[in-house]
Design a protein around this ligand. Sequence first.
Ligand code: THU
Length: 120
Amino acid sequence: MTDQELYEAAAAASQAAYAPYSKFLVGAAALMRDGRVVTGVNVENASYPVGICAERCAIARAVVEGAKPGDFEAIGITASPCGACRQWLHEFRFDRVAFMHEGELLVRRPDELLPDSFEL
Ligand code: THU
């Protein structure tokens, strides 16, 4: 699956986002090393800070299915990942992060998105 196709899967998934407050629908599609694609959407809440971003939703779904750091090849996202999501992308050791930014599909490594990142 190409990064463009992964982005298109994220865009299709975004239609299911629950974003009644911002009305900003975000989709993410994680490509697993075994070929599976796991999607996520942003899920907002009336208590604004407890909402979850699309990327973390997709990663958490994959973890429920047994995924571990290193099992993730790439992720397509319809928006530039926020700082918290960049930390998650680093934690789960994605090879590539493909995201739409100012009308262009950018492809970056997690360490480019979060240099000198925190680890335990
Ligand atoms: N959002 C994401 O889903 N992913 C990001 O990395 C950036 C922000 C969501 C959170 C919120 O529901 C909406 O976009 C507006 O900030």
